[in-house]
Ligand binder design. Structure first.
Ligand code: DOR
Ligand code: ZN
Length: 423
C-alpha cells in the first residue's frame, strides 16, 4: 500500500529539516520525500497546515500488565499511546509479576503483538522482584529484548548493588533508568515546604531526589554506564546534571509535562489526581525545568504515564497511590507550555519527544529519512481544546490537567506504515 502524506510541514530534528513537502510510504518504509515517485498513492492524507514528525517515543510508561489490568492493560495502553502520537513506548517493570525474567519479557511482547501495533519495549527490573537484594538476570532479559533496566517505583537503595548493576549493564550498552528517591528521606505525599505546611500534608523533601541523583552520577562516572535519570523534578537535580555533563559523564535526563507546568500550590483541593512521585515542586522549580529543557540539560520529555483506577484514587490524599496518566496530554501540554510561549522551537520539542529518546535507546527510530521504518505522527498544532479525561481511551482518567486549555492535537499516528490512530 502506497500512502502519500501531502503538503505538511515536515519537522525532522535528526537532519535539521523543516520544510513543507510530501512524504511517501510504501511497505512500511519511507520511500520518498517531496518528488512524486513512480506510481500513484493508494491513499493520500492531506496534511496542509499540519506537522509531519517522527513518531513520538516515550521512555517511561506503566502499562500495568501483568497484574493490574484493572488500571491499564497493554492493549488499552497502546491505544492511549497511539492517540497521543506515540509510536514507541518503554514499559516499566513494576508489574506483578515484576519484569525480572525472560518469561515476563516474552509475555509483554506477546501481548503487544495482539495490540494495535505500537512498539512496546519492555524495561527489565534491576533486582529480582524489585526487592533490592540481588540482581535480576539482566543478560537473559537482554537476549529477549529489554531496552533498558530500571527499578522504577522504587530506588535500589544499596549503592554497592547499584554499582554492580551498572557494571553488569554496561557491556550491553543499554541505559540504566534511575528512579531517584532515597526511601529513608521520603514518606510524605507532596513536596515538603510552605504549601505542605499550609495544607497539612506530610512532605517529601527535594533532598530525597537529589541525593540519589548525585549518587548515581558518581557511580556512572566510575563505571562508565549509560545512566538515564527518570522524572527529574527539582532545580537542585538540574544543577547536578549540569555539572555531570560538564565533566563528560554519560548521563541523560528526562522530565514530564507536569513538572514544567504545575506547582505544589494547586494541592489545596486535595485532588489525588495531582499526586505523583516525585511530587509537584515549587514555582521556582517549574521555571528552572523550562530553562533546563531549553539549555538541553534535560534531554527528554517522558510521560511517566501511571494509570490508577478511580476507586483507588478516590480516597484521602495521603492514602491515594502516586501517579497520573500522561500519554494523551503530553504533546498538547508540552506544545502549549513550551512552544507557544517561545521557550522551545517546534524542532526542539520534537527532538525531546522522539529523536533524543531514540538516541538514548540506541534504536534506529526518531528520524524521517528514506529507507527508514515509517513511524510517523501528524499533528495539528493549531487545534485548541480543553483537556477532558472522559475523552481518554486509557483506562486511567487520573490527570491533573482536567479543564486546561491546550493547543496541539494528534491527527494521525502511523506505525510501520500502518495507521494506528486517526482522529
Ligand atoms: O507517581 C508515580 N507512579 N511514580 C512512580 O515512580 C511510580 C508510578 C506508578 O507505578 O504508579
Ligand atoms: Zn519512577
Amino acid at each position: 500500500m502506497k500512502i502519500c502524506i501531502a503538503g505538511g510541514l515536515l519537522i525532522n530534528p535528526k537532519t535539521n529539516t523543516e520544510i513543507i513537502t510530501d512524504l511517501w510510504i510504501e511497505d512500511g518504509k519511507i520511500v520518498a520525500i517531496g518528488e512524486n515517485p513512480e506510481g500513484e498513492a493508494e491513499q493520500t492524507i492531506d496534511a496542509a497546515g499540519k506537522w509531519i514528525v517522527p513518531g513520538l517515543i516515550d521512555l517511561h510508561v506503566h502499562f500495568r500488565e501483568p497484574g493490574f489490568e484493572h488500571k491499564e492493560d497493554i492493549k488499552s495502553g497502546c491505544l492511549a499511546a497511539a492517540k497521543g502520537g506515540f509510536t514507541t513506548v518503554c514499559c516499566m517493570p513494576n508489574t506483578s509479576p515484576v519484569i525480572d525474567n525472560e518469561c515476563v519479557v516474552e509475555y509483554i511482547k506477546a501481548m503487544a503483538q495482539k495490540a494495535n501495533g505500537v512498539n512496546v519495549l519492555p524495561v527489565g527490573a534491576i533486582t529480582k522482584g524489585q526487592q533490592g537484594e540481588s540482581l535480576a538476570n539482566i543478560g537473559k532479559m537482554y537476549e529477549h529484548g529489554i531496552c533498558g533496566v530500571s527499578e522504577d517505583g522504587k530506588t535500589v537503595m544499596d549503592a554497592g548493588l547499584m554499582k554492580k548493576a551498572m557494571q553488569y549493564v554496561k557491556p550491553f550498552n543499554i541505559p540504566i533508568f534511575s528512579h531517584t528517591e532515597d526511601h529513608t528521606l521520603a514518606g510524605g505525599s507532596m513536596n515538603a515546604g510552605e504549601n505542605a505546611q499550609l495544607f497539612g500534608i506530610r512532605g517529601i523533601g527535594r533532598e530525597a531526589e537529589e541525593i540519589i541523583v548525585s549518587r548515581d552520577i558518581i557511580l556512572a562516572k566510575y563505571t562508565g554506564a549509560k545512566l538515564h535519570l527518570s522524572h527529574m523534578s527539582t532545580k537542585g537535580s538540574i544543577e547536578l546534571i549540569r555539572a555531570a555533563k560538564a565533566q563528560g559523564i554519560d548521563v541523560t535526563a528526562e522530565t514530564a509535562p507536569h513538572y514544567f507546568t504545575l506547582d505544589d500550590s494547586i494541592l489545596g483541593d486535595y485532588d489525588t489526581n495531582k499526586k505523583m512521585n516525585p511530587p509537584l515542586r515549587t514555582k521556582e522549580d517549574v521555571e528552572a525545568m523550562k530553562m533546563a529543557l531549553k539549555e538541553g540539560i534535560i534531554d527528554v520529555i517522558a510521560t511517566d504515564h501511571a494509570p490508577h483506577h478511580y476507586d483507588e484514587k478516590n480516597v484521602e490524599f495521603d492514602k491515594a497511590p502516586f501517579g497520573i496518566v500522561g500519554l494523551e496530554t503530553s504533546f498538547a501540554v508540552s506544545y502549549t507550555q513550551l512552544v507557544q510561549t517561545g521557550i522551545l522551537t517546534p524542532m526542539e520539542l520534537i527532538d525531546k519527544m522522539s529523536t533524543k529518546p531514540a538516541e538514548i535507546l540506541g534504536i534506529d527510530k526518531g528520524s524521517i529519512e528514506i529507507g527508514k521504518t515509517a513511524d510517523i505522527t501528524i499533528i495539528d498544532p493549531e487545534a485548541a481544546y480543553r483537556v477532558d479525561p472522559n475523552t481518554f481511551v486509557s483506562k486511567g482518567k487520573n490527570t491533573p490537567f482536567t479543564g486546561m486549555e491546550v493547543s496541539g492535537e494528534i491527527i494521525y499516528t502511523l506505525v510501520n506504515g500502518n495507521i494506528v490512530y486517526k482522529k
